[in-house]
Design a protein around this ligand. Structure first.
Ligand code: PMP
Length: 434
């Protein structure tokens, strides 16, 4: 048995001063039970908790740690940026360089504006879409998570799904009355909605691939369909690439599938990878829409720490390491890790659906393929909890929720994959025997 006495002490102390002991709900282990580990060190593919236990990390801070922890290139660049001051609240070269890098990877981003979180990036995209179209309605999909802004906290994924909350108290009806929720992958429902209210719709927003209800890939042609139907009706198509941006390929989800299927959204949101683990996110799109932002236009948006020099340095240093070789390695690691786990579950006769979208993947403990939020909610989350704790006990850290994607990094080694496979066999047996 590993001991996690010091984590427990910290968590008891945390709960006396921080609600639930955490700064973001899923971290509290509420749906899987037990004590969250307090991590204090990371290097490459490994992380260590306050008790000195070592784990192979398949969370990667929920996406940003794509090149592994404390990568020497990122660390040295951030150190030298930090030595020159952590913030000026004034323009700086770092944000220009990072914006240029994003535009070089995703040319439809003719303009880029930086913010500090994915939540803010999406808030800004929605505000822009409403201003650009003069319309109010926003269409989102059930089980997609776009951050915790009021108008999008409706039938949301991530922590809201993990905790089984329908919506959130504190969000008024007025704040969500212009949000319409549709089942994901449902072309008919979208056609019906546009036939009835097409002229009122400012934008459709989707995760490039939903990964906050577990991984639910778009059915072939679904994103292209969204791009076409919005265009035809004078609405904007917002592609939320906060999770997928520069993780799935050199140009994100769009860079792989948008190019292949010939569709382009009007607005993109990015986060996670572009900050290299620092608080940084962005909204990007055509010059004509983006120039509506103040001070060029009158759509207001601002931030004390927006475009922060240390965060933009971390992001740029991370993107410098995100070359075609890295994406090949992420794809093959995701396949290796995902299939090793799926094989272990199959060998133990545990019903599951192993779902992949690019190099993101997750496991639903159900025999059915999951194509929307209703399907996702049918999984056996108690089986997931047993699987999760067995893996954790064996030194493999995976997301503490059945409704989240798993993340590989470029730092994973063959030994890590072997360790994951062995641990998964034991964990699968424990699920079977429970
Ligand atoms: N959009 C998507 C697709 C996300 O996955 C997330 C966070 N997981 C967000 C938006 C919100 O980002 P943040 O947590 O940085 O506010």
């Amino acid at each position: 048995m590993t001991t996690f006495e010091t984590s427990l002490q910290w968590h008891n102390r945390a709960q006396r001063i921080i609600p639930g002991g955490v700064s973001s709900p899923v971290r509290a282990f509420q749906s899987v039970g037990g004590t969250p580990r307090y991590f204090v060190k990371g290097e490459g593919s490994k992380i260590w908790d306050v008790d000195g236990n070592e784990y192979v990390d398949l969370v990667g801070s929920w996406g940003p740690m794509i090149v592994g922890h404390a990568h020497p290139h990122v660390v040295s660049r951030v150190k030298s940026a930090m030595e020159k001051s952590s913030s000026f609240g004034a323009p700086g070269p770092g944000e220009v360089l990072l914006a240029e890098e994003i535009a070089a990877r995703v040319p439809a981003c003719e303009r880029v504006r930086f913010v500090s979180s994915g939540t803010e990036a999406v808030m800004t995209a929605v505000r822009l879409a409403r201003a650009a179209t003069g319309r109010n309605l926003i269409v989102k999909f059930a089980g997609c998570y776009h951050g915790h802004s009021d108008s999008l906290l409706v039938q949301s994924g991530s922590g809201i799904a993990t905790l089984g909350l329908p919506n959130s108290p504190g969000v008024t009806q007025g704040q969500t009355q212009d949000t319409i929720v549709v089942p994901f992958n449902d072309v008919e429902a979208m056609n019906r909605l546009f036939a009835e209210r097409g002229s009122e719709i400012a934008a459709v927003i989707t995760e490039a691939t939903p990964a906050n209800m577990g991984v639910v890939p778009p059915s072939p042609g679904f994103n292209k369909f969204l791009s076409d139907i919005t265009k035809k009706n004078g609405a904007l198509f917002i592609l939320d690439e906060v999770m997928t941006g520069f993780r799935i390929s050199h140009g994100g989800w769009w860079g792989k599938f948008g190019l292949e299927e010939a569709w382009t959204p009007d607005l993109f949101t990015f986060g996670k990878v572009i900050g290299g683990g620092m608080p940084l996110a962005a909204v990007g799109g055509s010059a004509s829409v983006m120039e509506l932002l103040a001070p060029s236009g009158s759509v207001y948006q601002a931030g004390t720490l927006s475009g922060n020099p240390v965060a933009t340095t971390a992001g740029l240093a991370t993107l410098e390491l995100c070359d075609s070789e890295l994406y090949l390695s992420l794809d093959s690691r995701a396949r290796e890790v995902g299939s090793a786990i799926s094989n272990a579950l199959t060998a133990a006769d545990v019903e599951h659906s192993f779902q992949q979208a690019g190099n993101l993947f997750s496991f639903f403990f159900t025999s059915q393929n999951v194509s929307n939020f209703d399907d996702a909610k049918k999984q056996d989350t108690s089986a997931f909890a047993v699987f999760f704790h067995s893996l954790l006990e064996q030194g493999i850290s995976v997301p503490p929720s059945a409704f989240e994607a798993w993340f590989v990094s470029g730092a994973l080694t063959d030994d890590d994959v072997d360790k994951i496979a062995k641990a998964a066999s034991v964990a699968a047996q424990q699920v079977k025997l429970r």
